[in-house]
Design a protein around this ligand. Structure first.
Ligand code: NAD
Length: 484
């Protein structure tokens, strides 16, 4: 098989197999063919992963942060050296076009590793004067962290979680999505090659049940999940039993508001990036595009022309701009949403069909206009290349409608009026908002959601809060004044 890993799991610095676990076929979404098989982790595998991570963590935490950073920097370097090979594997695992996986997935993961490698030595406590006595604080690692990934950016997600966890002295057991199990194994292999001691980054495969087992283990101090809201609700609740720390990176239905004074060409480009990149399987996508009525027709005309010119096809061809969805189940879900949008009265501007290409899971870039707030397509996360365009008249109305959702991951505004841009960016209920840009998530900026889209932040200095805890050390400097 084309992409068969040495074994299903990676524990204590090496590949491990246990054929007693149920089989998971890894499907190449462009053809529907099986490219690898892994086995779900048995309870014995989960135990081995947790035990080895626990064994390794204390010594790792005792290193100078600059020494931990040095190992991580080496890993980032190896990822860059093997850029093409890793991008090809990511394309096989996800179906995403190689033109994306070469620049977005592993490169973004490498940046997170570089960033936290450099940040780790700068993380310090503070000294709090109390007259004669004083308190100093220590930022300590949490211990054993569990990472659980989604299938849309499998390797980037593994890196975004491993980088702060490891840099700050924690160990991690990572469970990739069962749809895309391959990238995380490569990360584990690369970290070992870079000098990471065995046990600090273990990978176990499996479906939700394996994730649930990890989340409820009493030795686990923290859970970081990237996934859908319903899974987040279950995982958050399970983690709460043990008062575990959590980071929840969940779904969204983000608004992109385009005012009449915006550059139409830029706004159309951003709306396309925010709906069609990675075949629309991006959590922060601006899937509700609110367009001010005066530019509606011009906006839709340009959108239609540019969407129709998107090159779909073989993801391994560097000219391909849009690949298949990640799985057959996702294909069915997206086609279901397209059918519902039509039946509820949305107007199809372009796309809407499957492309029967080598039995792959391809859906055309699709735009619906005249979408209203009540329609299913304006309320639920589709996670496919399907854009909903809604009309609006005024700013207040647009903001109120944009915020009328249970999600709060992201949002964007296009306008030439800077006062309005900042006003709207401030008023949108979201963890990230963009002004005259969309979907850029540099490692230097915090990323995460509000409302049902999540808690905690990944990337940036903000992630330090999510992978450390503060200890206060009170220092008595004089005699004890006891009343008895
Ligand atoms: P999912 O919720 O189906 O699965 C996510 C992960 O959780 C998988 O690894 C799955 O095996 C595991 N899981 C399922 N049930 C579990 C349980 N009970 N206990 C522990 N683990 C369990 O999500 P998906 O379909 O893989 O990914 C798509 C979703 O992820 C979308 O909603 C998308 O918006 C979201 N997402 C969010 C971000 C973000 O950063 N906010 C990024 C990417 C994707």
């Amino acid at each position: 098989m084309k992409a068969q890993p040495k074994a299903s799991h990676y524990i204590d610095g090496d590949y491990v197999e246990d054929r007693a676990g149920s089989k998971i076929d890894v499907i190449y979404p462009a053809t529907g063919g099986v490219i690898a098989q892994v086995h779900e982790a048995t309870p014995g595998i989960v135990e081995a992963a947790i035990a080895s991570a626990r064994r390794a963590q204390e010594d790792w935490a005792a290193l100078r942060p600059v020494e931990r950073g040095r190992i991580l920097s080496r890993a980032a370097h190896i990822i860059r050296e093997r850029g093409r090979e890793l991008a090809e594997l990511e394309t096989l695992d996800t179906g995403k076009p190689i033109q994306e996986t070469l620049v977005a997935d592993w490169p973004s993961g490498a940046e997170a590793i570089e960033y936290f490698a450099g940040l780790a030595p700068t993380v310090t406590g503070e000294t709090i004067p109390l007259g004669r006595d004083f308190v100093y604080t220590r930022r300590e690692p949490l211990g054993l962290c569990v990472g659980i990934g989604a299938w849309n950016y499998p390797s980037q997600i593994a890196c975004w979680k491993a980088a702060p966890a490891l840099a700050l002295g924690n160990a991690m057991v990572f469970k990739p999505s069962e749809v895309t199990p391959l990238g995380a194994l490569k990360l584990a292999e690369i970290l070992t090659e870079a000098g990471l001691p065995p046990g600090l980054f273990n990978v176990v495969q499996g479906r939700g049940g394996v994730g649930a087992r990890l989340v409820t283990d009493p030795r686990v101090a923290k859970v970081s999940l990237t996934g859908s809201v319903p899974t987040g609700q279950k995982v958050y609740a399970a983690a709460a039993e043990g008062i575990r720390h959590v980071t929840m990176e969940l779904g969204g239905k983000s608004p992109l508001i385009v005012f009449e004074d915006a550059s139409i060409e830029d706004a159309v480009g951003a709306a396309m990036l925010g709906n069609f990149y990675s075949a629309g399987q991006v959590c922060s996508n601006g899937t509700r595009v609110f367009v001010q009525r005066g530019i509606k027709h011009r906006f839709l005309d340009r959108l239609k022309a540019r969407a129709a010119a998107i090159r779909m096809g073989d993801p391994m061809d560097e000219a391909t701009q849009l690949g298949p969805l990640a799985s057959e189940a996702q294909l069915e879900k997206v086609m279901g949403y397209i059918a519902t949008a039509r039946s509820e009265g949305a107007r199809l501007v372009t796309g809407g069909g499957r492309r029967p290409m080598n039995s792959g899971f391809f859906v055309e870039p699709t735009v619906f206009a005249d979408v209203t707030d009540e329609m299913t397509i304006a309320r639920e996360e589709v996670f496919g290349p399907v854009m909903a365009v809604l009309d609006f008249d005024g700013e207040e109305e647009a903001v109120a409608r944009a915020n009328a959702t249970e999600f709060g991951l992201a949002g964007g505004v296009f306008t030439a009026d800077m006062a309005r841009a900042h006003r709207v960016a401030g008023a949108l209920q979201a963890g990230t908002t963009w002004i005259n840009a969309y979907n850029l998530t540099p490692v230097e900026a915090p990323f995460g959601g509000v409302k049902l889209s999540g808690v905690g932040r990944e990337n940036s200095r903000a992630a330090v809060e999510n992978y450390t805890q503060v200890k206060s050390v009170y220092v008595g400097m004089g005699p004890i004044e006891a009343p008895y």
